[in-house]
Design a protein around this ligand. Structure first.
Ligand code: AMP
Length: 288
C-alpha cells in the first residue's frame, strides 16, 4: 500500500496501472474510518484490480465551521486499517491539491430538484460542496467504479445523477449500511457521542424498522407522524423524518404508485447530528 499526497504522484502511478490494463475502484472518504468504510473497500477489492481510497475532509461541504473543526482526523490509524483491509493506494491530499489557487472550472450540474428536502434545506451549500469535491476527485482518479454507502442516501442519489448527466464513464456501486450491534449506523461522528447518549441511539434504527414493518398498515402521513413521536425523546431532537420516493427523493402520499420507497431521518443526539435511512420497499430489485 502506498500513500500519495499529491495529484501528480497519484496520477503517475495510476497511469502506469491503467496502461497495464488494471481496473480502478475508488472509495472517497473523509477519514476517521470504521467498518462501514471497510465494507466499501472490500467491495472495491472484489470488483476492481486496484482499490484507491481518498481521505480528505472537504471544507466546502461543511455548512458549519465548528463541525469542520471538530471532524476527527486520524490518518495514521486510518492507514493501518486500510492496509489490513488490502487497500492498494491512499490518496491523502492537502486542500491546495484539491482546490488549486487558480480555481477549478464550475461543475455544470443542476441538482435543485434533488435538494428540496431532507439534508438539502437543513445543510445549505452541503451538496454543492459534495458535487464539487467528488467531481474533482473523479477527474483526478478516473476510476472504473465508484463505491458509496447507502448511509448517505441523498448523497449517492445526487452523485448518481451527476454521473448520468455529465456522461461520466465511472459506474456507481452503492453498498449497504453497516451498523453496530444495537442497530446504530456506523459513522465517524459516533465517537463524539457521550456514553449515556450512545446507549439510547438504537432508537433511530428501531423507529426505521417499525416504519418498514408498518408500511402497509398506516398512511405515509401517519407513519411519519408516529415515527416523529417515537423519536421525540430526550436527548434526541429530530430535524426531519421523511418517507420519499427512492429515485427522485420527492415526498410521496401513498405507497402503491412507487416501486422504491425510503425513509430518511436526521436526529440530533445531544451535540451530534446523526443521519440514517431504511429502504421500505424496493420492487424493482425484489429486495425487501
Ligand atoms: P464519509 O467518510 O462519512 O464521508 O463516508 C465515506 C463513504 O462511506 C460514504 O460513501 C458513506 O456513505 C460511506 N459510509 C459511511 N458510513 C457508512 C456505514 N455505516 N455503512 C456503509 N457505508 C458507510
Amino acid at each position: 500500500m502506498h500513500i500519495y499526497k499529491t495529484v501528480r504522484g497519484l496520477q503517475n502511478r495510476l497511469d502506469q496501472l491503467k496502461k497495464e490494463g488494471k481496473t480502478i475502484g475508488f472509495v472517497p472518504t473523509m477519514g476517521a474510518l470504521h467498518q462501514g468504510h471497510m465494507s466499501l473497500v472490500n467491495s472495491a477489492n472484489e470488483k476492481a484490480d486496484i482499490t484507491v481510497v481518498s481521505i480528505f475532509v472537504n471544507p466546502t461541504q461543511f455548512n458549519e465551521k465548528s463541525d469542520l473543526d471538530k471532524y476527527p482526523r486520524t490518518l495514521e490509524k486510518d492507514a493501518a486499517l486500510l492496509k489490513s483491509n488490502h487497500c492498494d493506494i491512499i490518496f491523502a491530499p492537502s486542500e491546495t491539491q484539491i482546490y488549486p489557487k487558480d480555481g477549478l472550472p464550475k461543475v455544470g450540474l443542476d441538482i435543485t430538484h434533488l435538494i428540496q428536502s431532507m439534508e438539502g434545506p437543513n445543510r445549505p451549500g452541503h451538496f454543492e460542496g459534495v458535487v464539487q469535491v467528488v467531481h474533482r476527485l473523479l477527474s483526478i482518479v478516473g476510476p472504473d467504479y465508484l463505491f458509496m454507502g447507502q448511509k448517505d442516501f441523498q448523497q449517492f442519489t445526487i452523485i448518481g445523477h451527476m454521473l448520468k448527466k455529465l456522461k461520466l464513464k465511472t459506474k456507481l456501486i452503492v453498498c449497504e449500511i453497516i451498523r453496530e450491534k444495537d442497530g446504530l449506523a456506523m459513522s465517524s461522528r459516533n465517537v463524539r457521542l457521550t456514553p449515556a447518549i450512545r446507549k439510547k441511539c438504537s432508537l433511530l434504527y428501531e423507529t426505521l424498522t417499525w416504519c418498514k414493518a408498518n408500511l402497509n398498515k398506516y398512511s405515509i402521513k401517519t407513519l411519519e407522524k408516529k415515527a416523529l413521536e417515537k423519536l421525540s425523546q430526550k436527548p434526541f431532537k429530530t430535524e426531519y423524518y421523511k418517507i420519499v420516493d427512492g429515485y427522485d427523493l420527492m415526498p410521496i402520499s401513498d405507497i402503491s404508485n412507487h416501486k422504491y420507497i425510503v425513509a430518511c431521518t436526521a436526529v440530533w443526539a445531544g451535540k451530534v447530528r446523526l443521519i440514517d435511512n431504511m429502504i421500505l420497499k424496493n420492487v424493482s430489485s425484489n429486495k425487501k
